[in-house]
Write a new protein. Structure first.
Length: 211
């Protein structure tokens, strides 16, 4: 499996954010760049939350930037936004299960159990509403929600940003363990302090261009 991005251009309004971006992710890569470099725009473009002005995004040899965002889960693609994007009034369990609701799967509880076994601390607050959780706990839930459909490709936007040191260490452990699974993982980070520790291939972006 491979994520392949070729000559990707993305504009927001009249501003060209991504400029002829091309790279490949074959297993485990981290896109490194300062705030405003284009990291979040890149992930949102892969998910088709932002339209591509030009260029091609392929996963498993199929073009995906012509797909609707809600179709990504059917392709085995999971997304963890930097700001988590949980629904506050829903329970943790329901937040995690949301991506599965459109897939008409019968073994939903088995899918949930698999994710909880990977992140066992979630079991302690499965039935709490999301707004009752700390920011760090919400990060774990957002990771679980991405994983429950991201069987082939995981996109994790700034997973270490804004969390306490203890939780950052836990996220390092969890994300390192993803490397043992048969999937492609791409994360973003402002610097490479954590990415080096999880043995990610480094891709650098600056002002919307890959260096």
């Amino acid at each position: 499996m491979m994520l392949n991005i070729s000559d990707l251009e993305v504009s927001i309004g009249n501003i060209n954010i991504l400029k002829s971006v091309s790279f490949q992710v074959t297993k485990f890569s981290s896109v490194i760049g300062r705030n405003g470099a284009g990291k979040t725009t890149l992930i949102r473009a892969i998910m088709n939350l932002l339209p591509s002005k030009s260029g091609v995004i392929k996963f498993k040899k199929s073009t995906i930037n012509d797909k609707e965002t809600h179709e990504m889960s059917k392709l085995g693609i999971g997304y963890m936004p930097e700001d988590r994007r949980l629904i506050p009034e829903l329970t943790v369990k329901d937040n995690i299960m949301i991506p599965l609701w459109s897939l008409n799967k019968k073994n939903l509880n088995e899918e949930l159990e698999e994710v909880v076994s990977f992140i066992p601390e979630i079991k302690n607050f499965l039935h709490r509403e999301a707004f009752q959780l700390s920011g760090g706990q919400q990060k774990l839930v957002a990771l679980a929600r991405a994983m429950i459909v991201g069987k082939d490709l995981l996109l994790l936007d700034e997973p270490f940003e804004g969390v306490a040191p203890a939780l950052a260490e836990r996220l390092v452990e969890l994300i390192s363990n993803l490397n043992k699974k048969k999937l492609v993982t791409m994360i973003t980070e402002s610097d490479e302090s954590f990415s080096r520790r999880i043995n990610a291939d480094i891709i650098r972006i600056e002002r919307g261009k890959i260096l």
